[in-house]
Design a protein around this ligand. Structure first.
Ligand SMILES: Nc1nc2c(ncn2[C@@H]2O[C@H](COP(=O)(O)OP(=O)(O)OP(=O)(O)O)[C@@H](O)[C@H]2O)c(=O)[nH]1
Ligand SMILES: [Mg+2]
Length: 482
C-alpha cells in the first residue's frame, strides 16, 4: 500500500515546494474562495431537495359511485389525523343529523300516508264488515295496489301524523341552512320525497362554516343575519325536543314496523339512519359523537378539497391534499381535471350493493356500475403512474344481507354454487376487480385491496395507517426520481 504522499492527486494539488509567502497567501485566498463557492452550491442543492420534498403535497383522490363511502372515508382521515379540527367541527354536524332524522320520519310518514290512502280506497270498495280493529295483521306483503288489504292502522296513526306535521317545515328550514339545491333523487326516501315535492339534494361544500357558533357568515348562511340564524337553530332544537317522544312512538309502533317489513323497507340499512336514536339526538345539549358523524349522510356536489397536516407518524410534517368528489353519474365528468399529478386514488366500491340498482339509472346494477367505473379508472393513461387502492366497502351490510338469506347467485349468476358467506363473496368480488386491474392498466401496477366498513372508525384507522405508509413510500420514491 503506497504512502499518502505518493498519491498523484495529493501531489497535484499540494503547494509547489518553492512557494513564496506572497504566493502562499494568494493560494490560500483562492482556495477559500473555491471552498465558499462549493459550500454555496451544496447549500443550494440541499435547499432544492428540501423544497422538492415539501413542495409537491401528497395528492389523493377519493373516487367511487354515489353512496360508496368516499366522504365517510374522508371523515376517517380527519378523525385520525386532524383531531383538533375534527372536534371543533363536531357541533356543526348536529344540523345534518337532525335533517337525516327528519328524512327518516318523513319516509315513514309518506309510507303511512300511502297505506292510509290505500286503506280508504279499499274500504270504499270492500264490505264494511271487513274492517278490523286496527291491529297489525300478519300475512303476505301488502301492496299499495292490491285490493282487500287488511287494515292495520287506527286513529292513533292519524293523530301521530297530525302531531308531526310541523316537522315538514323544520326539514325545509334545515335544507335552507344546509344549502338545498337540485332534486336528483337517491333511493327510496328520495323517490317518495320527490313524489311529495320535497327538496332532497344538499350541497355539502359550504354549510359547515355557517353552522358553527361564532363562525362568520358564509355563502351557506343564505342571507340570514347571525342573530336570526341562532334563533332559528334554537327553535329547531326546541321543536325536535318537544316532538321527540311522538317520533319515538311512531318508530316503536308495531303496525308501523309491520308496514315497513311488508314493504321491505329496511330503514336501518339506509344512509343517515338516526330515528332509533331519536331521544338521544334531540336532547337540548346534544353534541354528535364521532360515530354519529361518520353515520351522517350529506351528498357531495362537485369536487371538494381538504388539507390534512400530519403531526406524527411517517408522514409527520407533510401536508396531504385530499379530493372528495360527488359520485353520481352527472358528477363524474368533473373528476378528470384532478387526475393530473395525482399520487394515489382510493377507490370505494360498496360490495353490499350487489342486489341494488343505481338511483340515476334503474336498469344498472350497482356492482356492475362499480366494475365499469373501476375499469375506466384503471385504464386511464393520466393515472398510469398513480397508485390505486381499492376499498371493498360496506362489508358490515354485506354480512347483514347474507345473514338474511339473500343469495348472491340470484343477482350475480357467475357466482354459481359457491358458499354464500361474506368471506367467499368478498373474495370472489375482489378477484373480479383484480382481473380488471390486470387487464386494463396501461402498465403493470400492484393490486392493493382492503375489506372495509368505514363507519367503523377504529378498524378504518388501522387501514388508513397502512394506506398512508404505501402512499408515502411511493410519493418519496417519485421525488427521488425527479
Ligand atoms: N353500514 C355502513 N354504512 C356506510 C359505510 N360506508 C358509508 N356508509 C354510509 O353510507 C352513506 C353514504 O356514504 P358517503 O360517504 O356519504 O358516500 P359518498 O361516496 O361520499 O356519496 P356521494 O357524496 O353521493 O358521492 C353514509 O350515511 C355513510 O354513513 C359502511 O361501510 N357501512
Ligand atoms: Mg360524498
Amino acid at each position: 500500500m503506497g504512502r499518502v504522499d505518493d498519491d498523484p492527486l495529493t501531489l497535484a494539488i499540494s503547494p509547489p515546494p518553492d512557494e513564496t509567502p506572497e504566493q502562499r497567501e494568494e493560494r490560500l485566498k483562492e482556495e477559500a474562495k473555491a471552498r465558499k463557492i462549493s459550500d454555496d452550491i451544496d447549500e443550494e442543492i440541499k435547499a432544492a431537495k428540501n423544497t422538492q420534498k415539501k413542495k409537491p403535497n401528497v395528492k389523493v383522490l377519493l373516487l367511487g359511485q354515489s353512496e360508496s363511502g368516499k366522504s365517510t372515508t374522508l371523515k376517517n382521515f380527519q378523525l385520525a389525523y386532524s383531531q383538533a379540527a375534527w372536534e371543533a367541527e363536531l357541533l356543526s354536524w348536529r344540523t345534518v343529523i337532525q335533517w337525516n332524522l327528519l328524512r327518516n320520519v318523513h319516509t315513514i310518514i309518506d309510507l303511512l300516508t300511502d297505506a292510509l290512502e290505500n286503506e280508504r280506497a279499499s274500504s270504499d270498495e270492500e264490505d264494511s264488515s271487513s274492517e278490523n280493529d286496527g291491529e297489525a295483521t300478519s300475512g303476505p306483503p301488502a301492496s299499495p295496489t292490491r285490493r282487500r288489504t287488511p287494515l292495520i292502522f287506527n286513529e292513533k296513526h292519524r293523530l301521530l301524523k297530525l302531531q308531526l306535521l310541523p316537522l315538514r317545515q323544520v326539514q325545509k328550514d334545515l335544507e335552507g341552512r344546509l344549502g338545498a339545491s337540485s332534486s336528483e333523487p337517491t333511493g327510496q326516501e328520495e323517490k317518495l320525497a320527490k313524489k311529495h315535492g320535497q327538496e332532497t339534494f344538499v350541497r355539502s361544500s359550504i354549510w359547515k362554516a355557517s353552522l358553527l357558533p361564532g363562525r362568520r357568515n358564509s355563502e351557506a348562511a343564505v342571507g340570514l343575519p347571525k342573530r336570526n340564524r341562532e334563533a332559528e337553530v334554537l327553535q329547531t332544537n326546541e321543536i325536535l325536543a318537544g316532538l321527540a317522544q311522538t317520533i319515538k312512538s311512531l318508530w316503536d309502533d308495531e303496525a308501523v314496523q309491520e308496514m315497513l317489513r311488508r314493504r321491505k323497507v329496511r330503514m336501518d340499512t339506509l344512509p343517515g339512519f338516526f330515528i332509533a336514536d331519536v331521544m338521544r339526538i334531540t336532547k337540548r345539549d346534544y353534541v354528535p359523537t364521532n360515530e354519529d358523524v361518520v353515520r351522517a349522510r350529506l351528498r357531495t356536489l362537485g369536487v371538494q378539497e381538504y388539507h390534512i397536516h400530519f403531526d406524527t407518524g411517517p408522514a409527520a410534517g407533510m401536508d396531504w391534499v385530499l379530493y372528495d368528489v360527488g359520485g353520481s353519474r352527472t358528477q363524474r365528468a368533473a373528476w378528470t381535471p384532478y387526475f393530473d399529478d395525482c399520487d394515489a386514488i382510493i377507490f370505494l366500491a360498496p360490495i353490499s350493493c350487489f342486489d341494488e340498482k343505481l338511483v340515476e339509472d334503474r336498469r344498472m346494477n350497482r356492482l356492475e356500475d362499480s366494475y365499469a367505473l373501476w375499469r375506466e379508472i384503471c385504464s386511464s393513461k393520466l393515472l398510469a403512474k398513480s397508485q390505486i387502492i381499492l376499498f371493498l366497502n360496506k362489508c358490515d351490510l354485506l354480512e347483514k344481507k347474507l345473514r338474511l338469506g339473500i343469495q348472491v347467485k340470484d343477482y350475480v349468476p357467475s357466482f354459481g354454487k359457491r358458499k354464500n358467506d361474506a368471506q367467499t363473496v368478498s373474495q370472489y368480488f375482489a378477484q373480479h376487480f383484480k382481473e380488471i386491474s390486470k387487464q386494463c392498466s396501461p402498465q403493470p401496477r400492484p393490486f392493493r385491496v382492503h375489506l372495509t366498513s368505514v363507519i367503523d372508525t377504529r378498524a378504518t384507522a388501522v387501514t388508513l395507517h397502512a394506506v398512508e405508509d404505501g402512499i408515502l413510500e411511493m410519493h418519496l420514491r417519485s421525488i427521488d426520481l425527479m
